[in-house]
Design a protein around this ligand. Structure first.
Ligand SMILES: Cc1cc2nc3c(=O)[nH]c(=O)nc-3n(C[C@H](O)[C@H](O)[C@H](O)COP(=O)(O)OP(=O)(O)OC[C@H]3O[C@@H](n4cnc5c(N)ncnc54)[C@H](O)[C@@H]3O)c2cc1C
Length: 290
């Protein structure tokens, strides 16, 4: 299959890319790894008038961290992020989740920014972004703004970015010492998109859970927290009955779709089991880290 015709613009710098987005009009799209965009074009699901290729924009390909923040440039390949010791130290949840994305050849081309901007409801990284309270750095020609992950993902394959804006980086607060984490999912085959996945961050002090985020992928049109699962944990003892209560709350409050891959009820049952196990794993990691 071949894509419909489009104008090709090769950007040599971020400024080039933003200027091209500003001048090419609303139907232009950035081309990053092309792992989702080219398939969608071949299937005629999207028909961009122009592709602005950012693969030569090396200033978007970096991983940096200091005492407070981890910053990952949008053009960082998923496999580079997966192997990064800097990410493993500052945001181990991200490292763990990336290992679940697709297959290695796709991770070798696919980018962190492309994955987040694509905003697939079954994608792992949007759930991570919500779980760690990330900020998305969004730029257009002459302007930059930061958007909380909660406000960035607005629907299936839809973000709050305007057509002339690009995601240039994701900023993640460094995981506090002693914080536990877990990412778990069930997919039909290894490398497939998940039926349901859960990202958990948890803090425990004196055997009591003091903070918790529980975020789901494969639950409706975008990654979502389930506050009822979080409040079943916060303030409670870090033990089996709390983990079970979190799972029960997730099973009651998650609202997944039914489709040809699985029924909504099956996804609810998986969410309950994964939540119980993931909160337990996060608590065990708190004990190791603390
Ligand atoms: C067989 C297969 C299995 C997969 N399984 C999974 C999976 O399990 N989990 C998962 O999360 N993903 C999965 N993917 C998708 C894969 O992770 C892609 O890499 C990712 O979704 C898109 O990244 P990309 O860099 O290739 O972006 P592209 O395909 O180049 O772009 C995707 C979209 O994002 C836009 N875009 C790209 N970069 C930017 C930017 N910096 N700013 C603004 N917009 C931008 C593009 O214009 C386009 O609309 C799978 C893909 C395949 C082919």
């Amino acid at each position: 299959m071949k894509p419909p015709p489009f104008r090709y613009v090769r950007a040599g710098s971020l400024e080039d890319a933003l200027s091209a987005l500003a001048s090419e009009g609303d139907e232009a799209r950035l081309l990053a790894g092309g792992q989702s965009l080219i398939a969608m074009m071949n299937l005629r699901l999207v028909r961009p008038s122009a592709l602005v290729d950012v693969n030569g924009v090396s200033e978007l390909d970096y991983i940096r961290s200091d005492d407070a923040t981890l910053t990952v440039g949008a053009l960082t390949r998923l496999s580079a992020a997966e192997a990064s010791q800097e990410i493993a130290g500052a945001c181990p949840l991200m490292s763990e989740a990336i290992g679940h994305i697709a297959h290695r050849p796709i991770r070798n081309r696919g980018t962190v920014g492309g994955n987040l901007a694509h905003a697939d409801p079954s994608s792992e990284l949007p759930a991570v972004a919500l779980a760690v309270d990330a900020q998305m750095v969004v730029q257009k020609y002459g302007a930059v703004r930061r958007v909380a992950a909660d406000d960035f993902f607005v629907g299936a394959l839809t973000t709050s970015m305007a057509p002339d804006e690009a995601l240039t980086a994701i900023e993640v607060p460094r995981a506090p010492g002693g914080q536990g984490w877990s990412f778990m999912e069930v997919s039909p085959r290894k490398g497939d998109y998940a039926l349901v996945g859960v990202a958990v961050t948890l803090s425990v002090e004196d055997d009591r859970c003091t903070a918790c985020r529980v975020v789901y992928t494969g639950n409706g049109d975008r990654a979502r927290r389930i506050p009822e699962a979080e409040s079943a944990v916060v303030g409670e003892a870090a033990g089996a009955s709390t983990f079970a209560a979190a799972g029960d709350a997730a099973g009651r409050h998650i609202e997944p779709n039914s489709d040809l891959h699985a029924s909504g009820q099956y996804r609810r049952d998986i969410a309950a089991a994964l939540t119980r196990r993931a909160v337990a794993q996060a608590a065990a990691r708190c004990a190791q880290e603390g």
